[in-house]
Design a protein around this ligand. Structure first.
Ligand code: ZN
Length: 451
């Protein structure tokens, strides 16, 4: 194991944070990463994208989330170093020499995110994980320069932890597993800024019972209820906040808006006013530098220009996005899915291009999976350590978690212009179209939703 050269700051820096109270910085490398322009850029990217259209307080950014994950990791490492520091090779305890690596990986785990990542990646072929690796390992970045002060291979090691290829699973699972510092921070932070009470769980207690074992991170059996509470909080946050139908509707509009801009730009560059930072992506040729020049402000500037476009679809979608006019939606199932082509025909007859004014969108989440064989949380069950040091997987000791284990929670929805169901107040020549549409919705018990 390489010893990392960790230069300490002369004075500890502290940053006030509403979730963790204080974020403590003692290592110069951490401070230098935070000061880098690639990290500062995260101040200009909202953590939850369009969720602030539903929860106006949720304008917090990726900047404070990354700081929060760093702070939680720092606290957990402190606990490990105090109570569970390794004595002999392979004793399954924590190696204090990996503390700095874990902290830097935590700080940078989301560095590759751009504005509206989800929608953006889908349309322009970017990938926040690959971009993150590039920002950390490319010698041209300030992040890379800051990390290199520790050792020449330090940027690569940080990138490995985030990519989950680093050999020690304890370090990897601290940042990425079903009970990691990332989730603990975003649940508490998103709950705080949205103003909902679901995400709150007893972090103090969780930190009291967390401990390392040979293959990762576990919790002692005194902490079952705190961990249970954390799983339930996560489940509720997904159902109530992340999967909110208006949030998803605004994402649909954003997707169609960018899709329309891309089409217009590729047909004829001159017909679309666009800032140079975004033009590179609409044209399909972009560099790391272009990627780093994007943020929410750049995107919103373009949307504001498009509001006045001669292209009706573009200007209408931009207006809907900026002024929050969500699409309406209904829940669909395997039985009612066949209706969608008919509904789309009626929407087209009412004057809307279905390509830009309809969408199906599914949002499903696994609240907890003990045996997940693949994907983001493959093989990362939450283990509870018994008095004798043996491990029991969480759903075996918690009936609550057992009932959620392996289930998929969420729904699939069909999105369409609100006029299709609110039109009846102002009768017009096309009324039969709306009546037929509304009949389909009623007769087939497509669930038109809850306010
Ligand atoms: Zn994160």
């Amino acid at each position: 194991m390489v010893k990392f050269k960790s230069q300490k700051l002369d004075h500890e820096k502290v940053i006030r944070d509403p979730v963790h109270n204080y974020i403590h910085i003692r290592d110069k490398v951490v401070y230098d990463v935070i000061k880098s322009k690639e990290f500062q850029r995260l101040r200009r990217i909202k953590q939850l994208g369009p969720a602030s259209y539903v929860f106006p307080g949720a304008t917090h950014t990726r900047f404070e989330h990354n700081l929060g994950v760093y702070e939680l990791t720092r606290r957990i490492c402190n606990i490990f170093n105090d109570r569970y520091a390794t004595q002999h090779p392979n004793d399954g305890l924590w190696n204090p020499e990996e503390t700095l690596l874990a902290q830097c990986a935590a700080l940078l785990h989301d560095i590759g995110h751009g504005p509206y990542s989800h929608t953006f990646e889908h349309l322009f072929g970017t990938n926040h994980e690959k971009m993150g690796q590039a920002i950390i390992t490319d010698k041209s970045t300030e992040v890379n320069k800051a990390l290199r002060q520790v050792s020449p291979d330090f940027p690569d090691l940080v990138a490995q932890v985030i990519a989950k290829t680093y050999p020690n699973p304890q370090v990897v699972k601290l940042i990425s597993s079903q009970a990691d510092a990332d989730r603990m921070d975003y649940l508490l932070r998103d709950a705080y800024f949205t103003g909902v009470t679901y995400g709150a769980f007893d972090l103090t207690r969780v930190l009291e019972v967390i401990r390392p074992f040979k293959d990762g991170i576990s919790f002692t059996n005194k902490g079952i209820h705190a961990v249970e509470d954390y799983i339930i909080s996560r489940y509720q946050m997904y159902q109530q906040v992340y999967f909110h139908r208006i949030n998803r509707s605004m994402e649909v509009i954003l997707h169609h808006l960018l899709e329309r801009a891309q089409t217009l730009y590729q047909e004829d560059k001159r017909q679309l006013p666009v800032t140079p930072q975004l033009a590179a992506f609409l044209g399909g040729k972009w560099t790391l530098e272009d990627y780093l020049a994007l943020d929410d402000g750049v995107m919103e500037t373009n949307f504001s220009m498009w509001r006045n476009s001669n292209d009706q679809i573009l200007s209408d979608l931009a207006t809907r996005y900026l002024d929050r006019h969500p699409l309406e939606s209904v829940k669909i199932s395997e039985e009612t899915k066949d209706l969608i082509p008919k509904l789309k025909k009626l929407i087209e007859a009412a004057g809307f291009n279905p390509k830009y004014y309809t969408a199906t969108n599914s949002a499903f989440d696994e609240p907890y999976d003990a045996y997940k064989p693949s994907g983001k949380n493959a093989h990362s069950p939450i283990e509870i350590m018994q008095e004798d040091g043996s491990l029991i997987e969480l759903s075996k000791v918690s009936p609550l978690v057992k009932s959620l284990n392996g289930t998929l929670q969420g729904d699939e929805r069909f999105f369409f212009p609100k006029t299709m169901i609110q039109h009846s107040n102002e009768p017009q020549i096309f009324d039969p179209i709306y009546q037929e549409f509304q009949q389909y919705i009623k007769n087939n018990e497509l669930h038109h939703l809850e306010k």
